[in-house]
Write a protein that binds this ligand. Structure first.
Ligand code: F6R
Length: 238
C-alpha cells in the first residue's frame, strides 16, 4: 500500500478528493463507499469544490447505529445526507445506509450485501480508523472475512463518539456495519487518519501483524490501498 503523509487534514482531504474526482470524471456512474465521523469531512469539503456531476454516482455508507429514532441528527443516514448528499448533489435514491431499525436487524446485513452486489461492488471505499483499530464498526475480534452484520460497540468507541451526543448514555450500544470481508471487496481503499490519538492504531494497522485484534490491519490483505495521514497520525510509523 501507498502511505502519503500530508501537511494537514486539509491537504490530505484535497489529495483524496483528487483521486475520487478523477474516478467520477472517468465514470459518472461510479460507486463510492462513504465513511462518517470527523475524518472524511475535509475530503467531502474538497470534493464539493471540484464542480463535478455526482447525480449518477451511487454511495454506500459503512455503518449505522441501531435504534436511533428516524431523522435523529446523529444517525449516519442524516450525517450522510448533511455532509455528502447535499453538498455533492448526489441523487438520494442512489444513496444506501444500513438499516438500523431494531425490527429489521435479522435481514439488515444480507439486504445490504445484496444491494452492494447489485450495484456491481464499490469502486473506492473511504475509511477512517478508530482509536481501537476498528474500520467501519468492526471492533477488535471481528472476523477478517465478516459480512455486513450487527455488532456491539466497544466502550472505547462509545466514549470516542460521545462528543456527537448529549451524553455517553445516549450513544447506541449496537450498530450495523459493513464487514471486513465487505470492505476488502471494494476495488480501492483510501484510509484517512488525523491527529495523535490515531497514531498507535495507524502504525498497528499499516506495519503490525494482520490480526483480528486490529481490524484495520486487514487493509494489508488488499492489493490497492492508499493511506493518507497527517504528521501527527504518522508519528508512530517506522
Ligand atoms: C465511520 C466509521 C468509523 C470511523 C472511525 C473514526 O463511518 O465507520 O470507523 O471512521 O470511528 O472516527 P472519526 O473520524 O470521527 O475519528
Amino acid at each position: 500500500s501507498e502511505v502519503v503523509i500530508a501537511a494537514d487534514a486539509e491537504e490530505a482531504g484535497a489529495l483524496a478528493a483528487g483521486i475520487i474526482g478523477r474516478l467520477v470524471q472517468d465514470d459518472p456512474a461510479a460507486v463510492l463507499g462513504v465513511a462518517t465521523g470527523s475524518t472524511p469531512l475535509p475530503l467531502y469539503r474538497a470534493l464539493a469544490t471540484l464542480g463535478l456531476d455526482f447525480r449518477g454516482v451511487t454511495a454506500f455508507a459503512l455503518d449505522e447505529y441501531v435504534g436511533l429514532p428516524p431523522g435523529h441528527a446523529e444517525s449516519y443516514r442524516q450525517v450522510i445526507e448533511r455532509e455528502v448528499v447535499g453538498p455533492l448533489g448526489l441523487d438520494p435514491t442512489r444513496v444506501h445506509v444500513p438499516n438500523g431499525d431494531p425490527e429489521e436487524l435479522a435481514h439488515a446485513g444480507s439486504d445490504y450485501e445484496a444491494a452492494i452486489a447489485l450495484a456491481g461492488g464499490v469502486d473506492v471505499q473511504i475509511l477512517g480508523i478508530g482509536t481501537d483499530g476498528h474500520i467501519g464498526f468492526n471492533e477488535p475480534g471481528s472476523s477478517l472475512a465478516s459480512p455486513t452484520r450487527v455488532k456491539t460497540l466497544t466502550p472505547e468507541t462509545r466514549a470516542d463518539n460521545a462528543r456527537f451526543f448529549d451524553s455517553i448514555d445516549d450513544v447506541p450500544m449496537h450498530c450495523v456495519t459493513q464487514g471486513i470481508g465487505t470492505i476488502l471487496r471494494a476495488r480501492h481503499l483510501i484510509l484517512l487518519a488525523f491527529g495523535e490519538a490515531k497514531a498507535s492504531a495507524l502504525a498497528a494497522a499499516v506495519e503490525g501483524p494482520v490480526t483480528a485484534s486490529v481490524p484495520a490491519s486487514a487493509i494489508q490483505l488488499h492489493p490497492r490501498v492508499t493511506v493518507i495521514v497527517d504528521e501527527a497520525a504518522a508519528a508512530q510509523l517506522e
